[in-house]
Design a protein around this ligand. Structure first.
Ligand code: FAD
Length: 477
């Protein structure tokens, strides 16, 4: 190890204490979980994993890394899906884990806000809000391990975007440590503040390339009086879009979730988690999970929901539907939906796309892209599911039955990405609606992003992090 690296480790130990700096010579086993990404697409090797417990410690770590020109990889729950939170293989990068910054700092019920450390697990924030009789609506399958800092850095979406927006829409203020180790306190609970450039929105979605988020003030909402969930079988994706239109028309703001799942995605859940008893999957090409929230009463909600489903049945927009009878039943429906990524992981490596296109174009986009993929390789399998209400699909591609998943990825990922992304652009969409760019799509981005936008992004990066120490190679290749 170079003298400079030895000096850096000494400085980092002085910042956070000896036991909170993991290095290979002493903690190789403990480091492994910080070096491997969730999808097992990349295994890096860090110089050290540093775990500060306060904002001041984060700032000190950044100053030390700035002095030694060491690159820093911020990490929350390490559930990101685009290889943004793990180090490269150089053995030179410092992983900065926010996990010890995990306090709920304050809940202001009158202002409908809470202020939390960035390392708080999303589920803990949801629970803290519920204890105060309020709702923090951000919800995704990784909520038991992802952190608020990671959610904001990736501008996470999830299942409630239709009603409450994505992570950006749920954040009022931020606290950020800059690349130079300065602390910006922007923890405002204001809903209106027009005093210049919006720094908050600059850091949200920047995937750890512009600053390290250490705290956030989040929006809370009143808990709905009733929440009902239904599972419906629909004969095609265009009918699912029609059902969405009817739901908007009949339920307006009460509609909180609208998820679609193709038959193959549900067959994987049935195969790998047979105890979950997936309704209708064998009899229909698509299923829809709908959720409504109501501020009045459960009876009122149920009447409106059943009216919608009966009208849709009469119009042959759906072929069957069941409304969950109780909370456990509703959870079971959500559990099935949230098990798709896990079932897919059990099935083997696959090519993931978290694309968005306008809702009005989704059925045509899928028909055209499905055809193009089958022409490219007969028997290719599509795990197609996602948040139809937001125009966002997880349009994932798996090798034909019996094919070698790893070999499929190596040999075909580039061509299949091109095929899917070209179709996305043709239909007016985005190549990433949720997961972000990370290192996985950094070299692809220039092909699909407006050139002026890219130049502006590079100028912002250069201005905030001129030494390029924050998450290099992520977002901007
Ligand atoms: P990490 O994975 O640790 O980091 C993600 C990125 O943020 C990295 O670039 C990292 O450097 C950066 N980062 C992390 N913390 C900070 C910080 N404090 N300051 C600055 N940068 C930071 N995403 C969706 O949008 N919608 C979904 O429905 C969804 N479902 C998922 C389901 C599963 C099963 C899994 C595994 C993931 C899912 N994701 C989803 C991906 C999503 O990006 C993450 O789950 C989550 O938002 C990342 O949080 P994290 O704390 O794990 O961040």
């Amino acid at each position: 190890m170079s003298q400079d690296n030895r000096d850096l480790l000494t400085a980092l130990r002085a910042c956070v204490g000896d036991t909170h700096v993991l290095t290979r010579d002493r903690h190789a086993n403990d480091m492994a979980a910080f070096e491997q990404d969730w999808r097992k697409r990349a295994k890096g090797e860090a110089l050290a994993v540093v775990c500060p417990a306060s904002v001041d410690e984060v700032a000190a770590v950044l100053r030390a890394c700035q002095t030694h020109r060491a690159s820093v990889v911020p990490q929350g729950g390490n559930t990101g899906l685009v290889v943004g939170s793990v180090p490269d293989t150089s053995g030179q990068q410092v992983v900065l884990s926010l996990k010890r910054l995990n306090k709920i700092r304050a809940i202001d019920a009158a202002n409908l806000t809470c202020t939390v450390d960035a390392g708080c697990i999303l589920q803990n924030v949801q629970e803290a809000a519920a204890e105060a009789g309020l709702l923090f609506p951000l919800s995704l399958a990784a909520e038991g391990s992802c952190t608020i800092g990671g959610n904001l850095s990736t501008n996470a979406g999830g299942t409630q975007v239709l009603r409450y927006g994505n992570a950006r829409d749920l954040c009022l203020g931020l606290e950020v440590v800059t690349a130079q180790g300065e602390i910006w306190n922007g923890l405002s609970g204001l809903r209106k503040d027009n005093t210049g450039y919006d720094l908050r929105d600059l850091f949200i979605g920047s995937e750890g390339t512009l600053g390290v988020i250490t705290g956030a003030t989040l929006k809370l909402y009143p808990q709905p009086v009733a929440r009902l969930t239904a599972w419906a079988a629909v004969p095609g994706l265009e009918k699912a879009s029609e059902l969405l239109g009817m739901a908007h028309q009949n339920l307006s703001a009460s509609l909180t979730g609208f998820e679609v799942m193709n038959q193959f995605s549900l067959s994987l859940v049935d195969k790998h988690f047979p105890q979950l008893h997936v309704p209708f999957w064998q009899q229909t090409p698509w299923c829809v999970l709908l959720e409504i929230s109501d501020a009045e009463s459960e009876t009122h909600a149920r009447e409106r929901f059943e009216h919608l489903l009966e009208s849709a049945l009469a119009a042959e927009v759906l072929t069957d539907a069941v409304v969950a009878q109780n909370i456990a039943h509703a959870r079971q429906f959500w559990h099935i939906r949230e098990s798709i990524p896990l079932a897919q992981a059990e099935e083997g490596l696959n090519i993931k796309h978290d694309i968005s296109v306008p809702v009005s174009a989704i059925a045509d986009f899928c028909a055209a892209t499905d055809r193009a993929l089958q022409t490219y390789m007969a028997g290719i399998r599509l795990v197609n599911f996602g948040h139809l209400g937001d125009g966002n699909l997880h349009y994932n591609v798996q090798a034909p039955e019996g094919g070698d998943a790893a070999d499929f990825l190596i040999s075909h990922e580039k061509r299949i990405n091109e095929l899917v992304f070209n179709a996305v652009v043709q239909f007016g969409g985005s190549i990433s609606a949720e997961h972000g760019i990370g290192s996985l799509k950094a070299s692809t981005l220039p092909r699909y992003k407006d050139k002026v936008a890219l130049d502006l992004m590079r100028a912002i990066k250069q201005s905030l992090d001129p030494q390029g120490i924050l998450n290099p190679g992520r977002v901007l290749a």
